[in-house]
Every structure is written in structure tokens, then in C-alpha cells.
Ligand binder design. Sequence first.
Ligand SMILES: Nc1ncnc2c1ncn2[C@@H]1O[C@H](COP(=O)(O)OP(=O)(O)OP(=O)(O)O)[C@@H](O)[C@H]1O
Length: 113
Amino acid sequence: MSQDELQAFCLLEIEKLLQSNGKSLRNYAGMPVPNNSLVSQISNLMLLRELQYDTVSLTREHDENVSKLNEEQRVVYDKIIDCVSNKRHGFFFVYGFGGTGKTFLYRILSARL
Ligand SMILES: Nc1ncnc2c1ncn2[C@@H]1O[C@H](COP(=O)(O)OP(=O)(O)OP(=O)(O)O)[C@@H](O)[C@H]1O
């Protein structure tokens, strides 16, 4: 990210904070304001980068690990995948002691989705 892009992005974040408190950078004499076209370019770029999944390696990660899910993880996995596959809304709270496999499950779910 170039210095100009970084500055535009920081200014945008500051502007958002100010706006949530009923203010704006425009209220402060001499403060620069975010360059909207630069901000939209960066946002698109960041979105594009986020969406550039390595589907081949994610598929491999999923396929290698899905059979390792234990019974409890499998129940959660099936429930969430069923919900997403059938375009139903859902809100899930996965809890368990440290080291019981929550992250392992999230990773497989993320790789699948
Ligand atoms: N079904 C499984 N098969 C093989 N390994 C597993 C399985 N579930 C968890 N593990 C492994 O057990 C270890 C602990 O799992 P994980 O990090 O997912 O736990 P966690 O519940 O997220 O822990 P914490 O709450 O401390 O972050 C990891 O090394 C993970 O790869």
C-alpha cells in the first residue's frame, strides 16, 4: 500500500470514529479529509484480496481433515453446513474448554464455505 493510500485509509478510519460522535474532520481547520476516490480504490482492492481464496488448497485442507472430526465436532459441522446449504439463517455459539477443538472445527468450516 502506498503512503497516499495509507493516509487516505487512516483518515477514513478517523472520520468514521468522529462521525460516530457527531463530528467530522471538516470541523477541524487544517485537517485533511479522506480522498474518496482513493478510499474506494483501496476498499475494492482489499475486498478483492480478501476474496482471492486459494480454493485448491482450501479444498485439500477440508478434505484431509473433515474425516478427523470427532462426534461432537461433526454434529456442529453438519448443522452449520446444512443451514448454509439450505440458505437458512442461523446463529451458532460453539463453546468448550481450551484445546477441545473449536479452532480445528472453525478451520474446516471456513475451508468448506
Ligand atoms: N478432531 C480432531 N482431530 C485431530 N486433531 C484435532 C481434532 N480436534 C482438535 N485437534 C487438535 O487439537 C489441538 C487443540 O485444538 P484447537 O486449537 O482447535 O482447540 P480450541 O478449542 O480452539 O482451543 P482454545 O480454546 O484454547 O483456543 C490442535 O492441535 C488441533 O489441531
